[in-house]
Design a protein around this ligand. Structure first.
Ligand SMILES: C[S@@+](CC[C@H](N)C(=O)[O-])C[C@H]1O[C@@H](n2cnc3c(N)ncnc32)[C@H](O)[C@@H]1O
Length: 206
């Protein structure tokens, strides 16, 4: 069954409402800090794309209907049907990877973060907006709601400890970029020196 993330008009309607506030400012921050060759991971309906310099961005998403909607927003951008866990790009292909509300939805977060690090060029940056598991009662409530929420949204997990996942994957969060508001986070992260940056077994770069 399709969830909100696979119904592009409904997703856009919801986001248009939410982006009147802080989320809109954070999206501007997310895209505004992109430098060089940029990958928009899980682009969805392509809301980041018009905010990026023309010709600089490639976008991926595993859902065709989302990419069709993104195509209307960004007629020129290369759009690729792919998952974060197996990106069809060569090592070091991008200077910036954007992840706007995506790490809550990918099936395999460590695999996705491994791929992000692999496709980032040396000195490259992951910029992310995410919601995370809250403390105490908030976290417990998110845990209870998670199965229903994941079904309704079509994949989103409200209770992921994404900052911990970033650190465990070998990414260093830049403290100066990090902002926390309730369960929302925005941050920039870079692969730690020496962290693993190899393609998953069986994958070959084009
Ligand atoms: C909440 S939406 C965010 C869309 C967009 N980034 C934005 O900021 O509006 C989550 C997106 O992640 C995509 N997604 C889900 N699983 C994914 C995966 N394994 N790899 C890449 N994208 C994925 C969904 O199709 C959906 O478009």
């Amino acid at each position: 069954m399709r969830g909100l993330e696979q119904i592009p008009w409904l997703y856009d309607l919801g986001l248009a409402l939410l982006e009147h506030g802080q989320l809109g400012r954070w999206r501007a921050w997310l895209a505004g800090g992109a430098r060089g060759r940029t990958l928009d991971l899980g682009t969805g309906t392509g809301r980041n794309l018009p905010l990026l310099p023309r010709g600089a961005a490639v976008a991926v998403d595993p859902h065709r209907a989302n990419l069709a909607r993104a195509r209307r927003r960004a007629p020129q951008a290369p759009l690729v049907l792919a998952r974060a866990e197996a990106l069809p790009f060569r090592d070091g292909a991008f200077d910036t990877v954007l992840s706007g509300l995506v790490l809550c939805s990918v099936r395999d977060v460590p695999a996705a973060l491994g791929e992000v690090q692999r496709v980032l060029a040396p000195g490259g940056t992951l910029r992310a907006i995410e919601h995370v598991r809250g403390d105490r009662a908030v976290g417990a409530l998110q845990d209870r709601l998670q199965p229903a929420w994941t079904a309704i949204t079509g994949g989103c997990h409200p209770n992921r400890e994404t900052e911990r996942a970033l650190r465990e994957a070998g990414l260093e969060i830049d403290a100066a970029s990090r902002e926390a508001r309730g369960v929302m986070r925005r941050l920039e992260a870079r692969p730690r020196e020496g962290s693993l940056r190899t393609a998953p077994a069986g994958r070959h770069d084009p």
